[in-house]
Design a protein around this ligand. Structure first.
Ligand code: NCD
Ligand code: ZN
Length: 344
């Protein structure tokens, strides 16, 4: 049995770092293990312009723990008023690694997102020209579409037409949660897909059976077991289409535990232990490095990290139930299984 595994230092291709006291508390949980992360722009107000991204990057750099070697890869929040020139300049200067598309109203802080896709066409065309990837939150928001069907419907109604209308646009399907998402992602070389840690572990029963579990509620919401199994097959397949984006999304316990609680699972502290367990269960430990450290850089045209990280198998490791932040406690995702792999 494998007892220790050394991999290139991983990256997180979808992460929420927030701002202020929350940023200061959650950032070390990521920088401890990850060298880079695609930082989501859904602050209030969102990170829309290059100038916003410079300021946010500076706040992240200022919050880094002493000695941390970590590069935040910044994103811009696409709105119907986004200026193609501002995006192109931000890309050319190396400031911005991707642009993020939220359909308006799809998730936490997405009110400024896109309603009319024709209005963002000039930006998308410019991005295709300059090779700047679009990260997509792939859910329709129509009231008449069942929340468990929103990803599959988005692919047919929005994503496929959008890609046909914008040849050459590189798209990351973020936090896929369905077999349809996994299948569509592998259908073209200009598509990639991130998969979260928690969607490899939970299905919708974890949220709803035996009492409601707000800490398992995130968006896109976890689906049926058959979809979780499809995601596990995709993540552990070795196919470079798929790479890790934890979507670690901290909210304080008071914000989660209320009649209308926030969406998001906080997985930054224990993500690598959980992933090693999942890949071991799937007899695919030799493919963990591809998923966490190689496929993402390849999609984004970046070199893999130089450093390494070693996971060691032993007695089950434990993580704190929650971390304290200046804004209040944040509960750490509970995978409901012993974790035998620790980062050493
Ligand atoms: C994210 C958040 O809290 O910002 N929540 C979540 O459930 N994943 C938003 C998002 O990525 O959808
Ligand atoms: Zn997210």
């Amino acid at each position: 049995m494998t007892r220790s595994l050394t991999i290139r230092r991983p990256d997180d291709w979808h992460l929420h770092l927030r701002d202020g006291a929350m940023l200061r508390a959650v950032l070390p949980e990521t920088t401890r293990h990850f060298a880079r992360a695609i930082v989501m722009p859904n602050l209030v107000p969102p990170v829309v312009t290059a100038a916003d991204a410079v300021r946010y990057r500076d706040r992240i750099l200022a919050a880094l723990p002493d000695g941390a070697a970590f590069t935040p890869l910044m994103t811009l929040y696409l709105t119907e008023d986004t200026d193609p020139d501002d995006v192109a300049t931000a890309h050319a200067s190396g400031l911005v690694t991707a642009v993020k598309l939220y359909p308006a109203g799809a998730t936490t802080n997405s009110a400024s997102g896109v309603r009319d896709f024709d209005r963002v066409r000039p930006v998308l065309e410019r991005m295709a020209e300059i090779g700047l990837p679009l990260c997509v939150h792939g859910e329709v928001t129509d009231d008449d579409i069942d929340i468990f069907d929103r990803e599959a419907v988005f692919i047919d109604r929005v994503l496929d037409p959008l890609r046909r209308a914008t040849p050459g646009l590189r798209v990351v399907m973020e936090h896929i949660t369905t077999r349809q998402g996994a299948d569509y992602a592998r259908s073209a070389p200009d598509l990639g897909a991130t998969i979260t840690t928690h969607h490899l572990v939970i299905n919708r029963n974890h949220i709803l059976a035996g009492g409601i579990k707000p800490h398992y509620y995130c968006l896109p919401v976890a689906k049926r077991e058959e979809h979780r199994l499809a995601l596990r097959a995709a993540a552990t397949s070795g196919d470079p289409t798929y790479f890790l984006g934890t979507d670690s999304a901290p909210h304080t316990d008071p914000a989660k535990l209320q009649p209308c609680g926030c969406a998001g699972c906080f997985t930054a502290p224990n993500t690598l232990s959980i992933l090693a367990e999942v890949f071991e269960q799937e007899d695919a430990l030799d493919r963990l490095e591809g998923f966490t450290s190689l496929h993402g850089p390849a999609f984004y045209g970046l070199p893999p990290n130089e450093g390494t990280l070693t996971l060691t198998r032993g007695e089950p490791v434990t993580y704190p139930d929650r971390i304290e932040t200046g804004d209040g406690p944040v509960t750490v995702f509970d995978p409901q299984m012993p974790l035998h792999w620790s980062v050493t």
